[in-house]
Design a protein around this ligand. Structure first.
Ligand code: UDP
Length: 308
């Protein structure tokens, strides 16, 4: 099977490439390193089934593949808010270009959407039928509305061209290869603890997230791509935790006594977030296997090695 992975040098892309290459498949990886690192993919350099192309997906490209994993876009709030106009452009134009390529090749396309499309949720957990309330004047809107537009474009290509599309709403994900300067809460807290610095908490710290370990996410993506399903599907962990409790958990795992510095809440920050994964359970027989405690241990171990 020939695969194209956009954003392949990123956190999720790198792990996906690992799995596909181990499975004997061929991988074209496209990235422009806007929010990723060339070091992430150096390990694949000598694999004859791997080909890297430095390319911005806002420009069209032609490659002959069977399936497209369209992941490219800065994904942490810190990264996607640095250049919000570029973020919107990457999602709009990149998704359009990839859908056109899939149409020309009659290839399957998996679009990495996000829990962000649920905006400020009204109910917990969030179900695929929830429509999501999004403030267009929020700093998060470039990504939230961008991903919504990406989904909408996928459905239009499906209706007009009968394209096989899979829209995965990815909830918070973490794991050993998170970049330390990514700005996400888990990488921030681990690094702050390792350096004996204070944890910075934005808002009350009572806001919640549900963190899925990267291996579980990848298994979900692989199952969706292999399925006949067309439409949206949540993939994430049901283990919900407040940011304050997460801070305490990471401090205790590292035997650190981190002070907490409270800063103002980030613009548009969702108050709670947890996926309803009934559909993934029923359709794919998928659910996360790695607990937050176990996944954090693996992540902390790798971060300690990297820091050395
Ligand atoms: N957060 C925090 N301290 C940090 C980084 C993040 O308190 O150093 C909070 C952030 O305000 C949000 C939650 O942790 O409420 C998760 O943030 P993250 O950037 O990891 O992802 P999000 O779920 O917001 O996309």
């Amino acid at each position: 099977m020939k695969n194209l992975i956009t954003g392949g040098a990123g956190f999720i892309g790198t792990q996906l490439i690992n799995y596909l290459l181990k499975d004997g498949q061929y991988v074209f990886c496209i990235d422009n390193f806007q929010s990723s690192n060339i070091e992430n993919i150096k390990k694949f350099d000598n694999n004859p089934n791997f080909c890297f192309i430095n390319h911005d997906i806002c420009e069209s490209i032609y490659l002959k593949v069977d399936q497209i994993w369209h992941l490219a876009c800065p994904a942490s709030p810190y990264n996607y808010q640095k250049d919000p106009i570029k973020t919107s452009k990457t999602i709009f134009m990149g998704t359009y270009n990839m859908l056109n390529l899939a149409k020309n090749l009659n290839a399957k396309l998996l679009f990495a959407s996000s829990s962000e499309i649920y905006g400020q949720p009204k109910v917990n957990p969030q179900n695929e039928t929830d429509l999501g309330l999004i403030d267009t004047n929020s700093l998060r809107s470039c990504y939230q509305l961008g991903k919504k537009y990406g989904e909408s474009l996928c459905f239009d290509f499906h209706r007009k061209h009968n394209l096989d599309i899979k829209i995965v709403r990815i909830f918070n994900t973490y794991g050993p290869n998170l970049l330390f300067n990514d700005g996400r809460v888990i990488s921030n807290f681990i690094f702050q603890s390792l350096k004996n610095e204070s944890h910075i908490i934005y808002g009350t710290g009572n806001q919640t997230r549900s963190f899925c370990y990267i291996d579980d996410l990848i298994k979900g993506l692989l199952k969706i791509m292999d399925s006949n399903y067309i439409g949206t599907i949540n993939i994430g962990s049901e283990e919900e935790i407040s940011i304050l409790d997460l801070s305490n958990l990471i401090s205790s795992k590292l035997n650190a006594n981190n002070l907490k510095i409270i800063k103002p809440e980030n613009d548009g920050d969702p108050k709670f977030r947890r996926p309803d994964i009934s559909l993934a359970k029923k359709l794919l027989n998928w659910e996360p296997k790695v607990s937050l405690k176990e996944g954090l241990d693996k992540t902390i171990l790798q971060f300690k090695r990297n820091l050395k």
